[in-house]
Design a protein around this ligand. Sequence first.
Ligand code: NAP
Length: 450
Amino acid sequence: MQRVAIVGSGPSGVYAAQSLLDQELVPGVAIDVLDRLPCPYGLVRYGVAPDHEKIKSLQNNLRRVLEDPRVRFLGNVPVGTDGVGIEELRSLYPAVVYCVGAATDRRLGIPGEDLPGSYSATDFVSWYSAHPDAAAGRFALGARSAVVIGVGNVAVDVTRILARGTEELRGTDIPQGPLDALAAGSVTEIHMVGRRGPSQAKFTTKELRELGSLPGADATVREAELALDPRYADPDGLPAVARRNVAALRDWAGTPPRGRPRRIELRFFLRPVAVLGAEEGAVRAVRFERTAPDGQGGVAGTGRFEDIEAQLVLRSVGYRGSPLPGLPFDASTGTVPHDQGRVLREGAPSPGEYVAGWIKRGPTGVIGTNRPCAKETVTSLLADADALAARPVASKDPLDALRAMGQEPVQWPGWLGIEAAEAELGRSLSRTTVKIPDWSGLLSAADGHR
Ligand code: NAP
């Protein structure tokens, strides 16, 4: 068993490759890392906010794995839909590890959710991250007031990007279109709203503190709303992150506004019940019901309502996995059923099929969480090595087989061509590297290097 396909070149896929390389048990292993995009790194490239350069620099670690001579990057190869079928892939490789992440957003299921001006935060993130599938120019940045629903780290990211001055973003790799749109935008108030209390917020303290220290924005929170949470006055016994969050919010509440051009208001105990439209159909407000702790970690409605005015709504209530045609899928969790990374078909492990990352465990945790997750999967794969070696697979090089199926993979030199073109684009705009946001630009930059 020497050849393994990994589908997805984000952190979980690359950590799976690294884990395979680290095992000396597999002499001569050859790993193909497939991705539907011509670019590697998954959410590190297309999810981590452009102003988080330190986290983005993780790309350098992922790069070292993808540049290992035993690894081949095959970008621009869609698997499952309009591309290579699951069974076709299984006929080419003794083992396939699916690391396809959680590509869509969770829905709120409330009236008005899809009104013009209301978007999923994941779409907004894709847009400012230059994802080639992101729709250009559709965000209502002419808004004065924005509501961000949810209090996780993605909510913090989109709030921060709206609240940063464009001079702060110019030095990042944000594509020029979103930079110009944000510069021309007029959002001055951002309300980030949680349905539960401060001790239950999902953001991490570093991110929260960063949001509270932006040079162009005042960050406020209402002491009275914090105090609705019984753990606010009594944080002992809370998990460490929650305790630190509560302490940071106490600082926010005690800091008077400094008259900065933008204002971030963090709200708690408000659950969204409807996105309200103006006569012309666009968003004008979000209606929330005031909630109260139910004593068991949840909240109950109080029958009191509050409308927060907004012309832009970003729904940031978590990612969700999508089914890959041909692969089992549990719609209730948005994940592939598995046992220690072995894909389960009708309850039994399916020979040669594995999962790692968000499609295995759901969209939680930080990037590093994918390392042990991938290692567990690879440990299962290696334990199955004898059985995998006996699986009948095509003898020809999978790259030739993929080409024969009409695929035109972008290999590592093609990706280096994209990197060079992005550096050149940055120079032409007197900026640092600037991401190319469209398919044709990416593919033409990769051309000649395939
Ligand atoms: P998340 O951490 O799961 O947060 C989702 C938020 O949406 C929670 O506040 C949740 O509230 C709320 N929510 C869910 N359903 C709701 C509903 N129907 N109505 C109102 N609110 C609702 O998800 P995420 O922010 O998308 O982040 C995904 C993962 O990526 C996380 O593990 C995150 O830490 C990670 N990430 C990390 C960074 C970073 O390290 N800088 C940046 C971005 C993302 P409840 O708690 O009440 O359910």
